[in-house]
Design a protein around this ligand. Structure first.
Ligand code: AHM
Ligand code: MG
Length: 334
């Protein structure tokens, strides 16, 4: 059931959902509100980055051996420092940290697990292209206390909630707690996420395909054929699809969610396991797309049924409108 009318705040919507479950302790709602505080801080920093001359590299390399941008570090620290204090989490996992982020001994522990990519698409930062934050929330299996890597190796179907923020021409938060998908636009004057896109449903078939075709020579024949289809006349529309690729997953995904279409990052000979990460990129977006009526696979299996083998496991990703994803998945397996 979807709560709230256009113009309501994200806090009100989450509280409304909580009241549907009289046995709920309110911890999830409080956790979520704290998370939105961190997300608003990141939005503020991203927006003023150009002004403050903080663009550029921080000098370090993260666990994936990628250059860390200053804003990546800032976003990661903002989420960790905000959320470790709440008492609702037993640990966190971030794209920027090799191991589980433990809650300091001084703070109480809770029953939830937070996974996140603090600033996705960060190679686009210096060009002022839209970037995003992706997150997922799980409930720990059994009790509170500290948690280790094994606690995080859960399939996406166990997610309690997931969402992303897109730092674009305005900042938007898109979330699902498993009851549809709602989009909120940050009103900078009052500092609140306001419901602007109620009960988002993605079209069952789109006209857009998004893939880095520069990798064409690294694809196998089935992948080439599956992508070539979109340049031919589609059986239904008698027109080829439109190509759109920003190179910023949240931005590519968000556009396709609203307009219909699909995003594909297939495995290739450079990245035989795929590029994108299951825990904090593919799973949260798969949770969102399924709640909006779309679907997501790794080219064969449902993304949310994949058993992770590590915090930073990579997967191929085919995600978006149901008919389009099913077509590609069938062609990859034909
Ligand atoms: P990041 O987490 O290091 O920012 O990398 C993920 C990004 C996604 O946002 C985007 O979809 C993809 O990498 C683009 O990859 P490519 O440049 O290979 O097309
Ligand atoms: Mg990322």
């Amino acid at each position: 059931m979807v709560h709230g009318d256009i113009g309501t705040t994200v806090t009100k919507l989450i509280l409304g959902e909580q009241r549907e479950y009289p046995q709920a302790s309110g911890e999830f709602s409080s956790l979520f509100v704290e998370l939105t505080v961190a997300l608003k801080q990141i939005s503020y920093e991203v927006n003023k980055a150009g002004l403050l001359n903080v663009l550029g590299k921080a000098g370090g390399r993260n666990v994936q051996d990628e250059e860390q941008q200053k804003l990546d570090v800032m976003a990661n620290e903002t989420i960790i420092r905000t959320m470790e204090y709440t008492g609702y989490l037993c640990g966190m996992a971030s794209e920027e940290n090799e191991k589980v982020i433990e809650i300091p001994d001084a703070y109480p522990k809770g029953k939830y697990l937070l996974v996140f990519d603090p600033l996705d698409g960060s190679s686009n930062i210096d060009a002022n292209v839209s970037i995003g934050t992706i997150f997922g929330i799980y409930r720990k299996g059994g009790g509170t206390g500290k948690c280790g890597e094994d606690d995080f190796l859960l399939p996406g179907r166990e997610l309690v909630a997931a969402g992303y923020v897109i730092y674009g021409s305005s900042t938007m938060l898109v979330i699902s707690t498993g009851h549809g998908v709602n989009g909120f636009t940050l009103d900078p004057n009052v500092g609140e996420f306001i419901l602007s896109h109620k009960d988002i449903k993605t079209p069952s078939k789109g006209k857009i395909y998004s893939v880095n075709e520069g990798n064409y020579q690294y694809w196998d024949e089935k992948t080439k054929r599956a992508i070539d289809y979109f340049k031919e006349k589609d059986e239904a529309t008698k027109r080829p699809y439109t190509a759109r690729y920003i190179g910023s997953l949240v931005a590519d995904f968000h556009r396709n969610l609203l307009y219909g279409g699909l995003f594909i990052y297939p495995r290739d000979s450079k990245s035989p396991k795929g590029k994108l990460r299951l825990l904090y990129e593919a799973n949260p977006l798969a949770f969102i797309v399924e709640n909006a009526g779309g679907t997501a696979t790794d080219g064969k299996n449902r993304i949310m049924d994949i058993q992770p083998d590590g915090l930073h496991m990579r997967v191929p990703l085919v995600i978006g409108s149901r008919e389009d994803v099913e077509r590609v998945t069938a062609m990859l397996n034909g």
